[in-house]
Design a protein around this ligand. Structure first.
Ligand SMILES: NC(=O)c1ccc[n+]([C@@H]2O[C@H](COP(=O)([O-])OP(=O)(O)OC[C@H]3O[C@@H](n4cnc5c(N)ncnc54)[C@H](OP(=O)(O)O)[C@@H]3O)[C@@H](O)[C@H]2O)c1
Length: 256
């Protein structure tokens, strides 16, 4: 296959949050584009099944169980990658969690801590260890998953909104700091994409589906692979002059 068809050929890529939704879609998209993958999340059975399916299709894939809110787990993920492949070319820091819709003044500290620990500290933990590894490899590319909620606010989700704004801040800071080391750091800001997180959300808040679709110019949710394609492009050398950017993958949601 030509390099155009496989823009991630042989690149060693870590994907967090790979057990479902956008992360699992990214595993499929990145594998099709030639990447060698390390898939990570907390649910091992999911990772094992997905890795097995991708291997049957010819991909090189391993998996590591890790909770991104724990720095030691993020370190172990990067160490596994370096031990196994001898390098780390790209990382898609995609693991994230949502929060029950609650007015800010009624949100308790635990809810805040929990969403920040996964969404903001999780990206921080991965970023630190990935950059340390990439500095020994001569460069790399990192994509962090923020959200439309990292660009604009919505009601009754303040900790989530804060955590996704933090992801964009970390992305910009790291991009500026490591640009001279050939490490690019970007974020994607998905709008509504079909996933377990979203399905559970709509199951608890049926009225939210209509509201979400009304605020999306394309009037539909994304297939998770449509979001993963953007992350794959940012991880590839085709995006070689893009760093510190946040790419909205939202069907026009934030253009309104
Ligand atoms: N779908 C959307 O509409 C949408 C919109 C904007 C942003 N996003 C963002 O996109 C990302 C992926 O979400 P999704 O929609 O694909 O939802 P999802 O299907 O629920 O996937 C979330 C993933 O994150 C992993 N995860 C959660 N907490 C973790 C932790 N502490 N450590 C390690 N892994 C953890 C989950 O795996 P385990 O449970 O196995 O650990 C799962 O693989 C998230 O960052 C989310 O905020 C999604």
């Amino acid at each position: 296959m030509s390099d155009t068809a496989v823009p991630l050929r042989d690149k060693v890529v870590v994907i967090t949050g790979a057990s479902s939704g956008i992360g699992a879609a990214a595993a499929r998209v990145f594998a099709r584009q030639g990447a060698r993958l390390v898939l990570s999340a907390r649910r091992e059975e999911r990772l094992r099944e997905l890795a097995g399916r991708l291997r049957e299709q010819g991909a090189t894939v391993s998996h590591v169980v890790a909770d991104v809110s724990r720095s030691d787990d993020a370190l172990a993920l990067v160490e596994h990658t370096m031990d196994r492949y001898g390098r780390l070319d790209a990382a898609f820091n995609n693991a994230g969690t949502a929060i029950e819709k609650t007015p800010l003044h009624l949100t308790d500290d635990d809810a805040y801590e929990q969403v920040m620990a996964t969404n903001a500290r999780g990206v921080w933990n991965c970023l630190r260890h990935e950059i340390a590894a990439m500095l020994t490899c001569g460069g790399g590319a990192i994509v962090n998953t923020s959200s439309v909620g990292g660009l604009v606010a919505s009601s009754v989700a303040a900790p989530y909104i804060a955590s996704k704004h933090a992801v964009i801040g970390l992305t910009k800071a790291a991009a500026v700091e490591y640009a001279a080391h050939d490490i690019r750091v970007n974020a994607i800001a998905p709008g509504l994409a079909r996933s377990e997180m979203v399905d559970e959300w709509f199951a608890r808040h049926p009225e939210a589906r209509e509201t979400a679709l009304r605020s999306a110019p394309q009037r539909r949710a994304a297939d998770p692979e449509e979001v993963a394609e953007a992350a794959a492009w940012l991880c590839s050398d085709r995006a070689s002059f893009v760093t510190g950017a946040t790419l909205a993958v939202d069907g026009g949601r934030t253009a309104w």
